[in-house]
Design a protein around this ligand. Structure first.
Ligand code: PDD
Length: 283
């Protein structure tokens, strides 16, 4: 049975799905996206991702191509059709296609594409947390990182560098030497007093959906919590470090730029938050 994708109102076999040559997401990175994890055939943090999607579109003045309810219905239909029990959904909305010009045609309509990835191994997430090694590098992105735009070139370049060095993720660092976030995840440390620390929300970082849910779990678990910046040096000397994202959940970081974090094992607080998150997600 082929996997299907959703492109502008049509369900098409995934390998035949395509966007027009002059779609603005391709030509200009003029679009936004969301990634959900699917657990037990249900979207994890469904509403929060939709809220961020609407916000990103609003900031870029791209109209919703259809009501949220209708989009959600197509997403669910695709999950059923592709028989996804555990996996991911990628949804992209671009400003649309028109003759390549920085100013789009007046009658342009947004395009929407949705595809799924089957990842049965996610069912094992509780048993097999991957210990992440990361590098750090300069944050070369634009000043509106709060928008989940498809323009990801600085993220991609730094992530390729991490991969080349045998690492899983890279943390981006601002001009003041403070960590902003990962190339596709939010960044966290835990101090020796067991205070959980992550950078405060602003235009400097993406408001991570997993970050938001983990903030709720920190409060539930009764850990101390500080929303503030931290330097690479502070992170290297932290008791624990971790990342959060839809696809990493709570991912333990055991090495930063070759420096072992704590005793190189998954920390107690990280482990607890990971467990709470996975339970809440249905994993
Ligand atoms: N990335 N920061 C950046 C730059 C991201 O790209 C992401 C998500 C996050 C975490 O956000 P969330 O918790 O909502 O997934 C933080 C997705 C997974 C991606 O690009 O594949």
């Amino acid at each position: 049975m082929p996997s299907y994708a959703f492109v502008d109102g049509q369900y098409v076999p995934r390998h035949l799905a395509a966007l027009p040559l002059e779609d603005r997401a391709t030509n200009f990175g003029d679009g936004i996206y969301e990634v959900w994890v699917v657990a037990q055939s249900k979207l994890v943090d469904e509403e929060k991702h939709f809220a961020r999607l609407e916000r990103s579109l609003g900031e870029l003045k791209i109209p919703m191509p259809m009501e949220q309810k209708a989009i959600a219905q197509h997403v669910r239909r695709l999950i059923r059709r592709n028989n996804i029990k555990f996996g991911t959904v990628y949804l992209q909305i671009s400003r649309g296609a028109s003759k390549r010009d920085h100013v789009p045609a007046a009658n342009i309509t947004p395009s929407i594409t949705i595809f799924t990835n089957n990842k049965p191994a996610l069912a094992e997430a509780r048993r097999a947390p991957k210990k992440l090694k990361i590098i750090t590098g300069p944050d070369l992105r634009w000043a509106r990182r709060d928008i989940k735009s498809t323009s990801l070139l600085p993220n991609v370049m730094l992530r390729m560098e991490a991969h080349q060095q045998g690492c899983h993720e890279a943390w981006m660092v601002d001009d003041q030497g403070m960590v902003t976030e990962g190339t596709s995840s939010s960044s966290w440390i835990v101090t020796s007093e067991k205070t959980v620390v992550t950078r405060a929300l602003s235009n400097d970082i993406l408001p991570g959906v997993t970050r938001d849910t983990v903030c709720e779990l920190i409060a539930q678990a009764g850990y101390k919590f500080e929303e503030r910046g931290f330097s690479v040096e502070e992170a290297k000397h932290a008791a624990e470090a971790f990342v959060t994202s839809a696809t990493n959940f709570v991912g333990p970081v055991v090495e930063i730029d070759g420096t072992t974090i704590g005793n190189g094992q998954i920390g107690e607080v990280t482990n607890k938050l990971r467990d709470l998150y996975l339970r809440a997600a249905g994993l």
